[in-house]
Design a protein around this ligand. Sequence first.
Ligand SMILES: *Cc1c(COP(=O)(O)O)cnc(C)c1O
Length: 411
Amino acid sequence: MTAKKGFTTTILHSDRLNGTEYGAMHSPIHTSVAYGYDNVMDLVDVFQNRTKGYAYSRQGSPTVSALEHKVTQMEKGTSTIAFSTGMAAIAAIFTALIRKTDHVIASSYLFGNSRSIFSSFIEMGLDFTFVDATSVENVKAAMKDNTRMVFIETIANPATQVADMIKIGDLCEEKGLLYVVDNTMTSPYLFTPVDVKATHVVNALTKYIGGHGNALGGSVTDTGLYDYASFPNIYDVYKKGDSKTWGMSQLRKKGLRDAGGTLSPEAAHSLSVGSETLALRMERSTDNAMALANFFEAHPLIKKVYYPGVASHPQHELAGKLFKKYGSLMSIELDESVDWVKFLNKLKLVVKSSNLGDTRTLAIPVAQTIFSELGPEKRAEMGISDFMIRLSIGIEDIEDLLGDFSAALES
Ligand SMILES: *Cc1c(COP(=O)(O)O)cnc(C)c1O
């Protein structure tokens, strides 16, 4: 593309400008498992990465490539690899780029399943330190000679802590570390982690990018900031061409191809269509979230509101500086006089469900569901009370949402 276009314009016209048949608006859903060649040397060239092309779709297909290209543009990155889920994307980064001699620093405020798979990695011998990433000092204090990666989320789920991302970025750059930022909660519309020097960006495409709760997917974007020339974990076969591309070459093979967390072309198409309205949906859902946060802050039966948009949030100022808006995920702590079961069951519009980033507003009691496996001690450590309700705010009309929550709190 020539002149830089706006966020939504770029996504809307991405497929077409990349060349589709018959002037189609969307990249077609290519369901072929394998791709055939008249000249066997063309197949050999694809296998050896000498030409771009497709061989066996576990490691890439045209429909998935079209989505990857969109995510790259949204994240202002250099390349993206899509996966079957956000978790597959996260797992692949570790299997592809981390070795047993490495140390990883991760935020202690993480998506529950990320925390869980990191526990599995620890059982397999990897060395992790979990830190309160809202201050870079904690990251500095955890550094070891063999620290290779820092892994954080932009806004943590469910208590909405915002990581000290600018300073952690400076630290990672100084020390030559991989800086992986899970951008799911903000989405590339509200924030692009490349701006805080992230080397890799994770997105659960399932959430805001797809946005409609109808397809699972995940991605890893390389921001182009990391030079793998002195990175010790790259196999010689992937040291081809520009050394800044080596990491993604290895991730596509050792992460995607070998573990097989491949995104289906059908899901890629759904996510791709969903992504066209990301900006519109984020504008609406974040406005709804702000209005609801103000409503809850003023309500006598709500003890606490966890939302970066409210002035009482510990990282309110930082969030305002980093993000276009404050996101559409919040948690509320009910007054102990409120029966959480009754409250949730009285909600008629808001759906009791574990997803987030859907167009519909969803609510879930945290301690009893998504963090139930952790047990009471770990939950207390993470500041999760038994009365915490997580809300993923959708794009409904705000009067209807306010009406539903008011009525449920009245009883
Ligand atoms: C949902 C989520 C994931 C995992 O994504 P899936 O597509 O459900 O596997 C990872 N990180 C964060 C922050 C999430 O919210």
